[in-house]
Write a protein that binds this ligand. Structure first.
Ligand code: TRP
Length: 454
């Protein structure tokens, strides 16, 4: 593929599925519950939904417009729309952000592979919450097991990315997303009916606004950016493969609704289950991995074969959801190296994969043998998560909002949003207002409030 012969998503549904495939991933099922747990529950979720509506959807529409207008990778997109200006650094920072995210995201994605094997060999059977906590920390601290899985996951991502956009991404998203959603519904039903699950529901549904502080705001904002895949040009790169008749605002709304439903639905699984067996909601990144095996054990304890089938299905679908997200992250860096440095797609992808494996090894080791080495009190794994989700993505979003709201010729924005006048767009003024004022001021306020140094 050369820049002039870029692939395309084959249908309108394909565009939604690909973007939703990028958005729905570990961010919804792994990160959302533990962030919610660490930040007090219901109030965090409401702030999160506010961030999705006020920052998320407008910035996603902005990324779509930039990407489809320029038909280029993120860095080139800004160069095309704003030649000779420093705006291209927004694109370059995005490529770096995506690369860093992929580095630690692949570690967690690797964990899902280990859990597929554990589920398939029925090793959850007869164990309780304490055993799951112990075996999770043993596994993640192991010097090489998680690294092997991480590398395997990155290689799978690599091969799909090399095959090109249209075949791999669209097809896997089409089957996987509905299947995942149905399974989550079943599991939520099981979790809610566990003894003691009601307390978990209360945690999810009864907001306590006195708990909302700067860290809750920053956490919710970071989670919104992370989960929607925005703030680094990921959806911008995908939109460069959209067709001219793809309805950008509608696609953005659909993706935001799908993504938020999956996140909230996983909350309905994790918290009732966690409260039911006495796992604390602020357990951190292991929350999903220690809680879910309990759901399978408790709900299907007397039907062991069903427990095995459902748990294997769950981890397979989680791994696939993670895969459609790692593909989108990998694609950003690969398209950038391929188009800017004239590497072949294969070579560009190899550079990205190799670099991410190095980052992944470091992040994975930082949970075990390298635990003592901390920066600002965080392990390398936590540091990568903090810096990318809570600083780089919102910062990228801030600049994308400013770029589309203030710099970009409004004629271009209007044309993209209305598919060159063929669609009626009622939300145009509201969108421009959100991009011009609400998103940049809101993001800046949350930064200043919590980080204080900006
Ligand atoms: N949104 C994905 C998830 O929730 C992760 C992801 C994919 C991402 N592409 C991204 C996060 C771009 C930030 C930016 O799992």
């Amino acid at each position: 593929m050369t820049p002039n012969h870029r692939g395309n998503f084959g249908s309108k549904l394909g565009a939604i599925l690909a973007a939703a495939g990028s958005a729905v991933g570990l961010g919804n099922i792994w990160r959302f519950p533990y962030e919610t747990g660490e930040h007090g529950g219901a109030a965090f979720i409401l702030v999160y939904i506010g961030c999705v509506l006020l920052f998320g959807v407008p910035i996603m529409i902005a990324e779509f417009s930039i990407g489809r207008r320029s038909h280029a990778n993120t860095a080139r997109a800004f160069q095309k729309l704003a030649p000779g200006t420093p705006w291209r650094w927004v694109g370059r920072m995005g490529v770096l952000t995506g690369f860093l995210i992929l580095g630690y995201y692949s570690v967690v994605a690797g964990w899902t592979l280990e859990y597929i094997v554990e589920a398939a060999t029925n090793s959850f059977a007869g164990k309780g919450a304490d055993d799951f906590i112990a075996s999770f920390s043993q596994f993640t601290a192991h010097p090489w097991r998680p690294i092997v899985w991480m590398a395997a996951f990155l290689l799978a991502t690599h091969f799909i990315v090399v095959k090109g956009v249209e075949k791999g991404i669209e097809k896997s998203a089409k089957i996987m997303m509905p299947a995942l959603f149905i399974l989550l519904l079943i599991l939520a039903g099981c979790a809610v009916s566990l003894p003691g699950g009601g307390e978990g529901l209360e945690f999810l549904l009864k907001p306590d606004f006195s708990k909302v502080n700067g860290s809750v705001l920053l956490g919710a904002m970071g989670q919104a950016f992370f989960s929607l895949s925005i703030g680094m040009g990921c959806l911008c790169t995908y939109a460069s493969y959209f067709r001219d008749d793809t309805n950008l605002p509608k696609t953005a709304f659909n993706v935001a609704i799908i993504d938020t439903s999956v996140a909230v639905l996983s909350g309905f699984i994790i918290f009732p289950a966690a409260f039911s067996v006495g796992i604390l909601p602020d357990t951190g990144p292991g929350l999903v991995f220690v809680t879910l095996p309990n759901v399978f054990q408790q709900a299907f304890g007397n039907l062991p074969w069903l427990a095995v089938i459902l748990s294997v299905m769950f981890y397979v679908l989680l791994a696939l959801a993670a895969l459609t997200s790692t593909i989108s992250l990998h694609e950003v860096a690969t398209a950038y190296l391929h188009e800017e440095f004239k590497l072949t797609r294969g070579k560009a992808a190899r550079v990205v994969t190799a670099g991410c494996i190095v980052l992944g090894v470091l992040c994975s080791l930082s949970l075990g043998v390298g635990k003592e080495y901390t920066i600002a009190g965080m392990t390398l794994f936590d540091l990568f998560d903090f810096v990318t989700a809570k600083i780089m993505l919102p910062l990228g979003g801030f600049f994308i909002a400013l770029f589309t709201g203030w710099y970009l010729d409004k004629r271009i924005l209007r044309e993209e949003i209305s598919n060159r006048g063929t669609l009626k767009v009622q939300i145009y003024r509201l969108l421009v207002f959100l991009l011009k004022f609400i998103a940049p001021i809101g993001i800046a306020f949350i930064f200043i409030n919590e980080l204080g140094w900006l």
